[in-house]
Design a protein around this ligand. Structure first.
Ligand SMILES: Nc1nc2c(c(=O)[nH]1)N[C@H]1C(S)=C(S)[C@@H](COP(=O)(O)OP(=O)(O)OC[C@H]3O[C@@H](n4cnc5c(N)ncnc54)[C@H](O)[C@@H]3O)O[C@H]1N2
Ligand code: MOO
Length: 407
């Protein structure tokens, strides 16, 4: 009698090869005009030139008096200069008349400086006497005047193509009157969890059922890298149901991520439903996350991750995150990385990449939290980073250096 070849001795695809396979499935997103708020975190596809100067007109930086500097030459506490207030200039809706020598204008912060005024004296630097104001010292030319264009010049290259837009950029664009910008749009991702035992976002469980967590985990992970989630559902182990849901998911997404149903059991719904499609189901040299599927269905990229929650997350980190970010023109990684010594020995399987949730310690070392049976998310509570150990590394001793990525 011959025994079937067990999966453990079947050659595994390398993590790098599988990542390249996934990268080949996910193209760059098209450029779309997007309002500046929605564009936060996205990459500018063209430079933005300032359509207007900032400030748009000479205005006062303080609440005070717009003066002719020449009127205050020689002013001192002993011999103050007293001048009449000829007009009041509030911020907003008032066009000041030109200022006459020998008079001042009361002016508020942000209000336009009257033509002819050459400096502003803050209210704290003047003494009011009815409609006359007393000045006890001279005023520097241009004092407290914000000049047109001193912050931004009309026509200047405001933001370069390739800029990752931040809230500050949104504010800058709004300040010069730009409402929308061309950006690489977000990757659209649909998430489908599978399994007849998983109960989607309900607290009522029957015997043998469990709370569904992968779709929540994956939706949050997709959002965290700037991509958009178009749908997030769970389906049972029915091939027909799964195919129907997948058809809808593929119609509205660039990428569909499934979890579960791809190993060696009797009800591997994803594998069975997609066996005739352009999909490859392989064992990949990583732990957790060995079973993987990737390909194209109805023209859409489909990534099939294993159902064990930590395996699904490791799969996202290894294969989805960098490729989703690259598709939007972002750098593959923006989280803080460090090379730090291990606080203790860690077992690793040569020939496999391993993924560990971990904690960076105050003494500069890192403690690995996930144990040998790395399937659950229990250690997520204490984790503040993760560690990836390469496939060429043997057992690790305390003090060996590993690379951490902040969560
Ligand atoms: N005979 C073999 N058995 C298994 C193998 C193998 O090679 N030979 N591989 C093991 C490995 S490694 C993994 S990982 C799992 C992956 O299996 P599936 O992708 O088919 O996932 P499921 O069987 O559907 O689920 C695995 C596990 O995770 C729980 N699960 C699934 N989805 C969710 C969810 N959305 N929320 C919470 N928990 C979920 C599920 O109940 C199972 O306990 O296969 C091993 N077996
Ligand atoms: O490698 Mo599985 O992916 O053990 O959890």
């Amino acid at each position: 009698m011959t025994w079937p070849v067990t999966s453990s001795i079947v050659a595994l695809r390398s993590v790098e090869d599988h990542c390249a396979k996934v990268a080949g499935l996910i193209g760059s997103t098209p450029v779309r005009q997007s309002n500046t708020l929605a564009a936060s975190g996205l990459v500018l596809a063209e430079p933005v030139f300032a359509p207007a100067s900032l400030p748009l007109f000479d205005n006062s930086a303080v609440d005070g008096y717009a003066v002719h500097v020449s009127d205050l030459i020689g002013a001192s506490a002993e011999s103050p200069v007293v001048l009449p207030v000829a007009q009041h200039v509030p911020a907003g809706h008032f066009t000041p008349v030109a200022s006459v020598v020998g008079t001042v204008a009361k002016i508020m912060t942000g209000a336009p400086v009257p033509a002819g005024s050459t400096g502003i004296v803050p209210v704290e630097g003047a003494r009011v006497d009815g409609m006359r104001v007393e000045f006890g010292r001279p005023c520097d030319f241009g004092a407290h005047i914000r000049r047109r264009g001193e912050d931004v010049r009309e026509g200047q290259n405001l933001l370069a193509s390739g800029t990752v837009l931040t809230p500050l950029h949104a504010g800058l664009l709004a300040a010069v009157g730009v409402r929308s910008v061309p950006v690489h749009r977000r990757v659209r991702v649909a998430v489908i969890s599978t399994g007849s035992e998983i109960i989607h976002r309900s607290s009522v469980l029957g015997i043998g059922q469990i709370h569904e967590c992968n779709s929540v985990l994956l939706e949050a992970a997709v959002r965290s890298c700037g991509a958009e989630v178009t749908m997030c559902v769970s389906v049972s182990d029915s091939v027909d149901d799964f195919r129907a849901v997948l058809a809808t998911a593929c119609a509205g997404a660039d990428v569909v991520i499934t979890s579960g149903g791809i190993s060696a059991g009797d009800h591997e719904v994803v594998k069975q439903a997609l066996s005739t499609e352009d999909m490859e189901f392989e064992g990949v040299a990583m732990s957790p996350g060995r079973p993987q599927g990737a390909g194209r269905v109805f023209g859409t990229a489909v990534l099939s991750f294993p159902g064990n929650p930590l395996a699904a997350y490791a799969s996202f980190e290894f294969f989805a995150r960098r490729n989703l970010r690259l598709a939007m023109g972002l750098s593959p990684e923006e989280r803080r990385e460090a090379t730090v010594p291990l606080a203790h020995a860690v077992e690793s399987t040569p020939g496999r990449h391993s993924f560990h949730l971990a904690r960076s310690n105050a003494d500069g070392t890192v403690t690995v939290l996930t144990g040998a049976k790395r399937h659950g998310l229990g250690s997520a509570a204490d984790a503040n980073c993760f560690v990836r150990v390469g496939d060429t590394v043997g057992a690790l001793r305390a003090g060996d250096l590993v690379r951490t990525v902040a969560l």
